[in-house]
Design a protein around this ligand. Structure first.
Ligand SMILES: Cc1ncc(COP(=O)(O)O)c(C=O)c1O
Length: 501
């Protein structure tokens, strides 16, 4: 039989070379495939699931996108192609955990786990299943990874006849709040390496020095929430190996997991390092899927104790029911874009972030994030104390001014021991085009001009007035008074404010 002709724009979906092959299942494909083809092939694949009757239109997502376009505080995806939205809305009525009814959705999860683990250089045994699962986001993934580290440590201590009631975990004080939660919810003592006025990442030496016989693991962050910097996972790994310390690393790659492999493939932070045993990533951040989907993968089943797996659907999750849409959306993005597609997007975002950083420097800000692809595509910045505006106002006043112009670029107080440093952060997401970036720079320059010309008291009074009279503030969730004076967290104890994810 003659070979099928090379694909052309006019080739129909079923006449294309992709229709003649199985769908990618193990490795993320090297090249893109046309969106019509990706859509149709996944759609056809999914028809083998039970047939859903609900077919909601995608207008809710599109409306959300309309409002989201000036929110530059969040990492979470606000744009997906129509084809992805269609697939996701078609799956709205599928309960993901019902593997009997929706076996293809379950298999799609396994394909995603496999692709992600291989992207992170997980040692694999041919096509044997790698260990991992989808979650609602990185927070659930981190809870699961913490439980796995704790159980494994306990099992080892029990077998050695040693006490196993005082586990601890070592991490940077700039961790996302989910780490504090994981430690607290699962009774693990938090051991912090504190930031300083000019270091916002973990110090590898200090981290390894904190390890003792009760340490269940070290958390290293690939892209911290505040400054987007990558922590030096290799240095921690090498110190542990050098000192022959029996302690492993979990990498929190919530944001960096879909950036570093494409922008900075030489950087060694993943399973190439022998001490890295588990990694989490948020699919809904640079994985380019609407919220909520996350992933956690393990180097080897050895690091995921058997007692945590329930053979009802082989599940390892904190919840039971959830929608199937997000997992399907992730699969769409991975096979539609392929590695080259992700690389093109992440490189564009990196260039935009560098462009924004240089414009902000000219406006009188100090840049706290790394450029040139050495960190996440975001710009963290603070006022130069020598800037005229800094004599009267702080970053919170700038955030307020921007808000009045429709931009959500909040200010934060940095992690403890960094002298209450204030900073602002712009996350460069897929839909933050160069022209939108220019609009932000123009508005920021106008805000600075307004602040230069206005006295501090007027701005403070105005801020207060807006706060008291803004209708939507009343809709804000108010915490029960019983819990209002929370003092156990880094925020409660040190005034660290948590950035939006
Ligand atoms: C480093 C880091 N870890 C964990 C999380 C929590 O992720 P999720 O919102 O997916 O639960 C975030 C959120 O931004 C993060 O930046």
């Amino acid at each position: 039989m003659a070979e099928p002709s090379p694909d052309e724009v006019s080739t129909s979906v079923y006449g294309s070379s992709w229709a003649a092959q199985d769908l990618p299942r193990l490795d993320m494909p090297e090249l893109e495939m046309p969106k019509e083809v990706a859509y149709r092939l996944i759609k056809d694949d999914l028809t083998l699931d039970g047939t859903p009757t609900l077919n909601l239109v995608g207008y809710m997502l599109s409306t959300a996108e309309l409002f989201a376009h000036r929110i530059q505080a969040s990492f979470v995806t606000t744009y997906m192609e129509d084809e992805a939205e269609k697939l996701m809305t078609d799956a709205f009525n599928k309960n993901f955990i019902d593997y009997e009814e929706y076996p293809v959705s379950a298999d799609i999860q396994n394909r995603c786990v496999s692709m992600i683990a291989r992207l992170y250089n997980c040692p694999t045994d041919g096509d044997a299943a790698v260990m991992g699962t989808s979650t609602i986001g990185s927070s659930e993934a981190i809870m699961l990874a913490t439980l796995a580290m704790k159980k494994r440590w306990q099992n080892k201590r029990r077998a050695e006849g040693k006490p196993f009631d005082k586990p601890n975990i070592v991490m940077n004080s700039a961790v996302q709040v989910c780490w504090e939660k994981a430690a607290r919810y699962f009774d693990v003592e938090e051991k912090y390496v504190f930031c300083t006025a000019d270091r916002y990442v973990i110090d590898p030496e200090q981290a390894v020095d904190l390890v003792d016989e009760n340490t269940i693991g070290i958390c290293a962050i690939l892209g911290t929430t505040y400054t987007g910097e990558y922590e030096d996972v290799k240095a921690i790994n090498d110190l542990l190996v050098e000192r022959n310390i029996d302690c492993n690393i979990h990498v929190d790659a919530a944001s960096g997991g879909f950036v570093a492999p494409f922008v900075n493939p030489e950087l060694e932070w993943d399973f190439r390092l022998p001490k890295v045993v588990s990694i989490n990533v948020s699919g809904h951040k640079y994985g380019l899927v609407y919220p909520g989907v996350g992933w956690v993968v393990w180097r080897d089943p050895e690091f995921l104790p058997k007692e945590l797996i329930f053979n009802i659907n082989a599940s390892f999750t904190l919840n039971f029911s959830k929608g199937a849409s997000q997992v399907i959306g992730q699969y769409y993005q991975m096979i539609r874009l392929g590695k080259r597609g992700y690389r093109s997007i992440m490189l564009n975002l990196t260039r935009t972030a560098d462009y924004l950083a240089s414009a902000l420097t000219k406006l009188g800000f100090i840049i706290m994030s790394q450029g040139n692809g050495e960190g996440l595509p975001l710009v963290a910045f603070r006022l130069d104390p020598n800037n005229e505006v800094a004599s009267k106002h702080d970053e919170f006043a700038i955030a307020h001014q921007l808000r009045e112009r429709g931009w959500v670029v909040p200010a934060y107080t940095m992690a403890p021991h960094s002298e209450q440093l204030k900073l602002m952060r712009v996350v460069v997401r897929e839909d933050f085009s160069r022209s939108r970036c220019d609009a932000l720079i123009t508005d920021l320059a106008l805000c600075m001009k307004t602040l230069r010309e206005t006295d501090a008291k007027f701005i403070k009074d105005h801020q207060q007035h807006v706060k008291e009279n803004r209708g939507r503030t009343k809709l804000r969730h108010k915490i029960n008074k019983h819990y209002s004076k929370e003092g156990h967290s880094l925020q409660g104890k040190h005034g660290k404010t948590h950035a939006v994810c």
